[in-house]
Design a protein around this ligand. Structure first.
Ligand code: NI
Length: 191
């Protein structure tokens, strides 16, 4: 396993539509292991392959610690996900994204979602998610289609954050504070 570098706004690769995975082989399993390690280290609760510059329809999630700090890890590896159903009922969570560091905003999405996908072993699975898992799953599937959570915000807010990241990149890359602050952790890990 290896830690991979997470790409951030305004990297144009974040806007790519990612390609389906034809078969889950050793290289895809190694990719998922690296993604989990990178996600936990960040720390985050979800990561799409494109966030480490691999344009494939692969994502990993683990919302267990977000729901209960003492819970054991509960990783999900998801390949070629397809949303089958979303509830009309909506819910709002404050979202963040490892590719848009230190920025958090409320996003409204369907409260429940059903999806099918292939797991770590290439087996077909179906999941019905609610709560933070439903939000995280939709956020990650958006990444596979080049969509970021800021696309769900008002144009004013989206333009403001896009400009901020473009400006930071121009001035020699992000000047991150030493690690994520306590405040950011309280605002919720990125995905
Ligand atoms: Ni994200």
């Amino acid at each position: 396993m290896a830690l991979r570098k997470i790409i951030t706004l305004p990297d144009a690769r974040l806007r790519l539509k990612c390609a389906p995975v034809p078969a889950i082989d050793a290289s895809i399993r190694a990719l998922m292991d690296d993604m989990l390690e990178t996600m936990y280290a960040a720390p985050g609760i979800g990561l799409a392959a494109i966030q480490i510059a691999v344009p494939k329809r692969v994502l990993v999630l683990d919302v267990a610690k977000r729901e209960d700090e003492n819970s054991a890890p509960s990783p999900l590896c998801i390949v070629n996900p397809e949303i089958l159903w979303t509830s009309e009922e909506l819910s709002t969570y404050q979202e963040g994204c490892l590719s848009i560091p230190d920025f958090f905003e409320d996003v409204e999405r369907p409260a429940r979602v059903r999806a099918r996908y292939l797991d770590h072993h290439g087996r077909a699975q179906e999941i019905e998610a609610e709560g933070i898992l439903a939000t995280c799953l939709q956020h990650e599937i958006d990444h596979l289609n080049g969509i970021l959570f800021i696309d769900h915000l008002s144009r004013l807010k989206r333009d403001r954050i896009t400009r901020k990241f473009a400006k930071t990149a121009k001035h020699g890359g992000p000047s991150r504070k030493s690690g994520a602050s306590k405040e950011d952790a309280a605002a919720g890990p990125g995905a």
